[in-house]
Design a protein around this ligand. Sequence first.
Ligand code: PA5
Length: 423
Amino acid sequence: MISLDLRNAKLDEDLSLWQERVSKAHRDLHEKTGAGNDFLGWVDWPLNYDKEEFARILALKKRMEGKYDTVLVCGIGGSYLGARAAYEMIKGLYPEEGIEVIFVGNTFSYTYISQVLKHIENREVVLNVISKSGTTTETSVSFRIFKQWMEAKYGEKAKERIYATTDKARGTLKTLADEEGYETFVIPDDIGGRYSVFTAVGLLPLALANVDIEALMKGSLDAYNELNTDDLSRNPAYQYAVARRILDNKGYKAEYFVTYHLQLTMIAEWWKQLFGESEGKEGKGILPTSACFTTDLHSLGQFIQEGSKYEFETIFYIDEMADDILFPGDEKDLDHMNYLAGKKLSWVSEMAFEGTLSAHSDDGNNPNMVIHLKDNSAYSFGYMIYFFFIACGMTCYLLDINPFNQPGVEVYKKKMFKLLGKE
Ligand code: PA5
């Protein structure tokens, strides 16, 4: 399902030298003995996920079928990025099906919130608010605004259209939801935000958006089974984790996550959060950044080719994206494009990928790794997410970092709260 190509990674080091460290970290992940072990619930979640809650998500979707055309998803960070990444990768940027998913709660941009309020004026809306802590300010601000909008539009019946995903027993959002009579879904105690896409955090909005969540969970389970080995020679997720460490040690301090389709941009955003928030601590870590080629070759290409040399590229390449196009011939050929007539655009894109790889790796001397995924189905999404989860856990343990806390995020919050006058 996933293969890793390290031919241009310029590691100059035998991966097998890391085997012992990998075996230890593998045990720490699976036996839950590593740093931050209170938050390792995601490791076997594809096997042990809450089946009763999963059925409740499907039942809710069925019950509401035909009653809404817009899903408002209100959350930020780990309570937002996974669902959006999945939705765009699987459905595309302009899905045909008549259900629009709009993400709010991820910004204080009043102009954006105002635009959404105008946009949904004549829509039939369901609202899913997602927050583990139940107190995240961006989410709470938007939620109050959209909750009041729902109450003005639907009156008493608003409560049938508002769903809260939060802690099972504690927190402001849980209390509010119980008080208002909203159906609630659970973010388990031992799964942190950025590792939560396989819980109701991702599954409820995706089910409401008509994504096949059963296939998605099957993908995650197959990844769990196939990647549950400490044998480095057979585990591409761990090979990726080790390759990052080797490059880090060689002085490559930034990693471009490169995609070749605009609808994968949010996958890159999700990946950036996963690796950035998990690894960037104690003055350590590789800066996770991203680019969408060939679009960004016309902005960042110059820098990558000839600028300062401290970055490597991880190309996330989907081999069979949906909806290929045959490039047409033209009798007059005024634009001189007939040399591509009769070719598929997938082939053009592949040649761009190969040419760029050679330019950056051979001429630019940048290390490049390629992660191949079969297609952009829900199944492949589930598989790929688990691949990155376990790779991230491994790469952080190899760096001696606890991947599951984020103490640095609190600093801005404290200063902001002081300015806002929050008690
Ligand atoms: O990964 C994380 O833990 C964070 O990005 C959180 O998901 C984010 O801060 C939102 O938190 P909450 O779900 O408590 O609103």
